[in-house]
Ligand binder design. Sequence first.
Ligand SMILES: NC(=O)c1ccc[n+]([C@@H]2O[C@H](COP(=O)([O-])OP(=O)(O)OC[C@H]3O[C@@H](n4cnc5c(N)ncnc54)[C@H](O)[C@@H]3O)[C@@H](O)[C@H]2O)c1
Ligand SMILES: [Zn+2]
Length: 462
Amino acid sequence: MGAGKSTLGPLLAERLGRPFVSVDAAVEGEAGSTVAELFAQPGEDAFRKLEERAACEALSRRIPAVVELGGGALGSQETRAALEANAFTILLETTPEEAWQRVSSPVRPLARDQDEFRKLFVERTPVYELVADGRARDLDGAVLAAAGVHVREGSTDRLADLVPPASAVELVVDANVDALHGDRVRAALGVRLSASHVVPVGGPAKTAAEAERLWSALRLDRDGLVVAFGGGSTCDLAGFVAATHLRGVAWAPVPTTLVGQVDAAIGGKVGIDLPEGKNLVGSFHWPARAIVDPDLLATLPSQELENGRAEVVKTGLLLGEPLWERDLAAQARSATAFKAAVCLRDPEDRGERAQLNLGHTFAHALEAASGFTLSHGRAVALGLLAALRISGLDEQVRTVEELLRPTPVPVDRELAWSALERDKKSVGGSVRLVLLDAPGAPRMGVELDSTEVRAALDALIA
Ligand SMILES: NC(=O)c1ccc[n+]([C@@H]2O[C@H](COP(=O)([O-])OP(=O)(O)OC[C@H]3O[C@@H](n4cnc5c(N)ncnc54)[C@H](O)[C@@H]3O)[C@@H](O)[C@H]2O)c1
Ligand SMILES: [Zn+2]
């Protein structure tokens, strides 16, 4: 009580694209009187019965909803069982003082006396802890909890507690990251760790040969867990191997690059490259837990940080908020929460997840035309510029120019154009793009005349 459920609940439902159900409101609707009135007459016991019925009804809906449930409802064994069976339960963290500030009011039957309130709070805390699958203090926190993402500085050192229960844990780590942070991560996993596998650095990790090597090396049974420790390349490979080993075991990425933290470790896309192209073999395999420790970014080379910054700027534009003005840890948390929410709404990339491709159609074309020597960050910075120019958002064009300093690249124009036309987003004679009506208002699948798109692409080439 007083943790902010009724404010956060509807906002969370909106972020996740789910209906919102308040159990109190359902009881009030059914009984035709307020909770306070019901407490007075016929009394708390009768109220709890109504509450139990409404809670179990809300928790058995076919279409999942965000359900607001008061702490008192956990007194019911049936409600607890329904939560256990059907819900992901988020505990909104608060202190008795904070909660009292929010609720002290004569119309709250259980919040009329501060000492009584504190007593109730302390009494109920163990039950909350038992029932909670995740915890949060704000909207981003609630989204992250729902997506199974833990973001906190220093979380690497608490990995043994943070990675989910498993029969055994095997680590997949990139050779660079192993040299920098390997000892620390192995110490943190302690006795939970049964084997470590070092994989090549960067793109060369994402090959069928590396996947095969890991398939043969893993000793995990079906209840085992793969922990990926490295950038997006390591996460994509380890996640793909986890998705396929014994037809799928759980995995937990601990991304060590900004790209990994805000992008690759989130949303369940895993895969490897083929000589024919990038990410051509893969799967959707949502991590059992993603553990994001912004402290790991301290050793990241500046060019790798730039790659991540381009994705953060993209996210800020999609969100309509200048995320880039915050400190790095806050950027990582907000951008991660943004991607997590989009992916929870569209887990299999059949609709609005396409917005994450803002600027990427151009970026992929430039990367391909450069023979993949151009960094993804530089390519995305240029791609954003083109998408914003076509969107007619001059102010945001200037923002991207100031933040990411994109400069035209010397690649073959014909090569770039044919790569763009081949891109999976192009249909028939026209090209489909993600544009912005305004910051925070993406529009997907915009069909444009190819001359306009080609002119925008040409302007990115030196
Ligand atoms: N699955 C997805 O949704 C998704 C999303 C975005 C990108 N990706 C994929 O991710 C890959 C790119 O990932 P990336 O940009 O993280 O690059 P990366 O994993 O290739 O790592 C880049 C470099 O940084 C080094 N590095 C990593 N962490 C470090 C640290 N903490 N300190 C010092 N050096 C460190 C690595 O050793 C490597 O040399 C691409 O293959 C891309 O396709 C996947
Ligand atoms: Zn990208």
